[in-house]
Write a protein that binds this ligand. Sequence first.
Ligand code: NDP
Length: 663
Amino acid sequence: MILESYLLGEWRRGGGEGVPIRDPATGEVLARASTEGLPLKEAVAYGREVGGKALLALGFQERGRRLRALAQFLSERKEELYRLYLTTGGTRRDAWYDVDGGIGVLFTYASLARNLPEGNVLPEEEALLLSKDGAFQGRHVLVPKGGVTLQVNAFNFPVWGLLEKFAPAFLAGVPTLAKPATPTAHVAQVLVRLMLDSGLLPEGSLQLLVGGVGDLFEALDHRDSVFFTGSRATAERLARHPAFTERGALFNAEADSINPAILGLRAGEEELKRLAQEIAQELAIKVGQRCTAIRRVFAPKERLGALLEATRAHLEALRLGDPREEGVDLGPLASLEQKEEVLRAVEGLLAAGAQVYWRHGGREDGAFFPPLLLLAEDPAPEALHTLEAFGPVATFMPYGTPEEAAELARRGGGSLVATVATPDPEEARFYLLALGPHVGRLHFLNHRNAHASTGHGSPLPRLLHGGPGRAGGGEELGGVLSLKRHLRRLALQADPHLLQALTGEYAKGAERPAQVHPFRKPYEELEIGETLTTHRRTVTEADIALFSALSWDHFYAHTDEIAARESLFGKRVAHGYFVLSAAAGLFVDPAPGPVLANYGLEGLRFLEPVAAGDTLQAHLTVKAKRPRDEKTGVVEWAVEVKNGEGKTVATYTLLTLVARKVP
Ligand code: NDP
């Protein structure tokens, strides 16, 4: 039975025979994949027109709230995905990485959205004054790219792969077309059904194609992107398409990578033990079918044997079998084809001089492939560093000096991640610079972090995932970084009034006097740019002496006339914290009201000294605001404290929590 795709607002079945999707544990054909005859090019236009517009109507904040609700919705229904997962060769633990890992990414991006503005424009940096009078200013802003993103996923993470690409695109306001890898497309299809059933995704914001991409690339242009995960060979082929080379669509690739792990020269017994556990875990999770898994292990000659033994001890106890059976730790590989690929790679590694050090005695029938530890006494042959066995196989090699280890690691041609087991800062510093140009993520493992490390192979939603060279050169995740991959940066040039209206943030020169004290207004009524100019206060000797006594801050610049005269101020000055306190005293409206709490300030600068006799005045301007929850919002206030000559003595952004109107 051909699995349906979801395109142009309908579930549609492709024609022809289709490609079979098999359960690798039993060989049974579960379904077939085909997009023959389906309107793929039209899906791009539909995504842009219908999905894109509907997403823009929501804005960052609402999209973030929907991501959180979606994560909740999927959490409550994840058992369905877990059950289906057993038909992919994955165990329940593998499913946890995929399903819960994917839902975790949704939660993370929902949290990130709290710091984003309402609407669809994300301002960067502060504005630049482009004319003396401030009437012409410039500012970088990011806006949604206006196209679609096509995600082409690998077979090994049908759930996480789809969600980790979907979350940042959705939050950015960019519709997704998901193309899962055929071997596990039936899991991705159920996931998409659940996502659509949630009712949280506007029509057109998520489409699914189960089968080939056909002529879809023909419809892509500079507004669009393709986020690809899979083999290097496919990535290289796709990247040559005119959609990218001529029409400027973005191609982001995350391809296979021969990730190294290095036991440092300064590693102790604890580091050796923990690294062995890490390597074993990397071979066991998803039977080593992870793009980030450890493939090559480098250890000082005299410790290589101990590391191999310790790794073997961890793997020996594991049981291979059908993931539906009780007590099974490792299922089969994803398919017979994948097993053939792994066997071919192992043959290549053996031909390059590696020897079998140890092989797990478990099942070898069908797509099953027991863990295998290889030892290459001579690490020189090229193939040891270029052949990827995408399964539970690692090749151990000796090194003499750290320079040798780094050189061997570099021969992988660019990796997603490297682990260096060392507690020593000197050794870590060496590897940071030696491996920095060649890896996307550098994981230091030692006795201080071993209990807390999230592991070599786990990409984290707030940290960048990707790697240079052979690893594809792409970037995914990384918190706001991947959101920005779906937005276009442009330089806005305009007068402050327009800049303020377009960015939703205060632009200097566009302020206007507040009619009511802003501390009396609920969140909704505060307008960007409204300014309170306070009454004045003259600083006295007594203020400085009292503040010293109150704060116990008797620093010479405030209390010692002679030393202060010789200081860079040339006279006794008030405490900076006094200036802040005095400013608050000037601008605060004391009666109970909608301002609930002051929870900090940012970007504080003291620009001029303040001495007894100086007169202070504060200007408080609504700079930016964003809702926090249904009851409260965060308001940023630009505060400027000036002296009697009109010079700014202190400037900062004050953050307050302000009550929202009762709905
Ligand atoms: P592929 O590169 O063949 O497939 C990856 C994705 O690309 C799949 O969705 C596939 O779809 C799609 N695809 C393949 N050809 C085209 C094309 N011409 N146009 C558009 N899309 C295409 O990798 P495999 O999944 O077959 O895995 C093979 C090897 O890739 C593994 O052995 C491993 O070395 C590596 N790999 C790397 C991963 C990583 O995370 N970096 C993950 C998984 C694998 P379809 O399935 O329908 O062919």
